[in-house]
Design a protein around this ligand. Structure first.
Ligand SMILES: [Zn+2]
Length: 306
């Protein structure tokens, strides 16, 4: 078969897929339960003054650290499962006791912006300032220097990998182009471990409904949501992948949802062929494999279509 020639003057860097990952302890796949403790920050970042004046909306978000989080921490403790909690700096400042309870439970605390800022239209200097502000808040409140990062709304920028590597972060968990972790080229001779996620493994799309703010009004049955997540878990398990589930305490901390999630946690924890660990442990394992970093070049735009 003859391949069409590349147009002259357009060198397109080759992208290669992530390679299979060998899991430790003879396990055939990996899994991690992760929680984004967005609380009020998830709705404050867009228009802080307007959102902050809405008591009912603020109470919907505060349910996470006040009521949902203690329930989820109890469930995780009962099943002896350690998880990763991504905490915006603002959540740490507004709910310091909740964030300290996460650390006291032996879980990993990772970075999730300061006020859950969208980075879609933020320049490099502003992104760096947000990273440093979030680091300062987690250090001040929980005495933690996180090794992991997840961009709010999973909106990583082309600057993020380098900014994270410069600050000593080991890993990010925001991208979606693989079923297994890999080393992501961060420019120069540096890289960070990337642990991929997907919207299908996020409770926001299942449960979130805030009139005028987020969601369509359709709130799913927890049995349906967990059935979908379990289907992905079983398929990734067969393929040697890495199952990363993202839940929010203000959503999945509600009783029937937490109970359904507990069933999934119990099932995954009971699968002896699966390595269940916080993302930081998974990232350290992947770093030890010395994988060749993958670059994800920015698409080259070739002018307007004819
Ligand atoms: Zn978030």
């Amino acid at each position: 078969m003859t391949r069409p020639a590349e147009p002259a003057g357009h060198e397109v860097p080759a992208m290669r897929p992530a390679e299979p990952v060998a899991w430790p302890h003879g396990k055939s796949a990996a899994a991690s339960f992760t929680f984004d403790v967005d609380a009020e920050s998830a709705v404050l970042f867009g228009n802080p003054a307007a959102a902050a004046s809405r008591l009912s909306v603020m109470s919907h978000q505060a349910y996470g650290p006040l009521t949902g989080l203690p329930r989820l921490l109890r469930i995780l403790a009962e099943h002896r499962v350690r998880a990763t909690f991504f905490v915006p700096g603002y959540t740490a400042h507004r709910h310091p006791g909740a964030v300290r309870a996460i650390a006291d439970g032996g879980h990993e605390i990772a970075h999730h912006g300061y006020l859950h800022e969208s980075l879609a239209e933020v320049d490099e200097a502003a992104e760096a300032e947000i990273l440093d502000r979030g680091l300062a808040a987690l250090a001040e409140v929980a005495g933690v220097r996180p090794v992991g990062y997840r961009a709010p709304m999973w909106e990583l920028t082309y600057d993020s990998p380098r900014l994270l590597a410069e600050r000593g972060f080991l890993y990010d968990s925001s991208l979606m182009d693989a079923d297994v972790p890999y080393e992501l080229d961060a420019g120069g001779a540096t890289s960070i471990v990337e642990i991929p996620v997907h919207w299908g493994l996020d409770d926001w799309e299942q449960y979130c409904y805030l009139p005028d703010i987020s969601g369509s009004g359709l709130i799913e049955d927890p049995a349906k949501a967990v059935s979908m997540w379990r289907g992905e878990f079983e398929a990734l398990r067969r393929e040697g992948g890495c199952f990363v589930l993202t839940n929010h305490p203000f959503l999945s901390g509600r009783p029937a949802r937490a109970a359904a999630l507990e069933g999934l946690i119990e099932h995954v924890a009971g699968c002896t062929d699966v390595w269940l660990a916080p993302l930081g442990d998974i990232a350290r394992h992947v770093r030890g494999l010395a994988l060749k970093p993958r670059a994800i070049p920015k698409p080259e735009l070739r002018g307007s279509p004819p």
